[in-house]
Design a protein around this ligand. Sequence first.
Ligand code: UD1
Ligand code: CA
Length: 462
Amino acid sequence: MENSLIVLILAAGESKRMKSNHSKVCMKVAGKPMIDWVLNTSLSLEPKSIGVVLGHKMEEVKKTIKEFPVETFVQKKLLGTADAVKSAKSLLERFQDGDVLILYGDVPLISKDTLMNLITKHLEENNSVTILSAQVDDPEGYGRIIRDKQGKFLRIVEEADTTEKEKTITETNSGIYVFKVKKLLKALTEIKNDNAQGEYYLTDVVSLIKGKMGILEIFDPYEVIGINTRAQLAKANEYVRGRINEEFMHNGVEIIDPKNTYIDVDVKIGKDTVIYPMTFITSDTVIGKECSIGPNTLIDRCKISDNVQIRYSVCESAIISEGVSVGPFSHLRPGADLRKDVKIGNFVEVKKSVLSEGTKAGHLSYLGDSTVGKKVNVGAGTITCNYDGIRKNKTFIGDNAFIGSNTALVAPVSIGRGSLIGAGSVITKDVPENTLALGRARQINKVGWVKHENKEEEQNDR
Ligand code: UD1
Ligand code: CA
């Protein structure tokens, strides 16, 4: 992009309309904080520098954006958008021969292409300021663009300051502008706060700018959606998710019911994978080809290979290899590493455990802090007792071992390869290879011990 461009993002506002204890710019659209959307798009323009103005819930925002190469500025009192720009005066002064693109932290969906068009127009027309305006169906809450009869720009009027007639105007201010830095600095010294909200409006600066001004009008209302309320947040999410799903379908992913499928923006999914309804795939999850995912499944931060089936389950930070089957009703917790063709079934929880190729845990188990070999059969109800109240202890199970149903493996403990554990055992000592281990009370049968006075009556009672 043009060499002399800098970007300034306003993110100090109080988020009053969100009714939240958090900064709204940290709220997520399709799994990514609004401010990150704006920063990613800003970076794609390759500007000389990016400044972010912080104020309300500053520490929270700082933490969210800590990976981004930006300079931050503090707006001490939240006196309005023009005052916010003033807080970054030192940045503006450093680049006073250039141009500055102003973005709002709560307008996250603006595209690189639109910004490029705006900047190009600004430079080609040699404007002092160029505004991005948008035609929207429901202009409520936005500043309106007031033009004269010839269509020439006059000013921007904030919602709170509009007359009834001005309220019907559907051309709105996106909050995105490019200024010649010098002209902006000059106009900022003249700004007043004589309006309904008693704030210093950046929109008033536009009218104070000396020199040529231009407007780029766009017709995609979603790109410039300003997120002030929970309802607008939901609307933006709905729109973005729709777009994400469409793109996946375009690339060969089958989504049975796109309206009820929630996929975050950084997720990757391979061809011919089928996603069933009520499935949430979040963060930076990667899913391979030919998988079957859902219904009613949550997958967060997982790496999933090809030909995997996951039904009615929750999977968090797990690695799932080719041919694995999970669910129904399984819970993979962080550190679950399921190797090729592993099967995890009904009500099985796995945490921080490697299950090697071909191992099966079909029913009602907890496997935590364990290393399980190949082709192990983990019987129904097997529990690794990994926690002794102080420490988490490890369980090792060798290849081809067979763990009988309802076994408690009291860690630290190790089961040798090929060994067999009798059902109902409590195993507290290591078991060598190819060994039968029984850790349960011996059964006693007392024949004839039960006396029945009237056999027929008793049977009827059953
Ligand atoms: C603003 C515009 C309005 C436009 C709309 C587009 C002004 C005066 N109005 O209204 O014309 O249609 O955006 O979405 O600019 N902020 C600060 N410091 C402050 C106040 C706000 O940094 O003192 C930041 C906020 O964090 C936010 C952005 O500026 O990211 C916009 O502020 P907001 O209060 O949401 O302005 P709107 O009323 O939406
Ligand atoms: Ca806003």
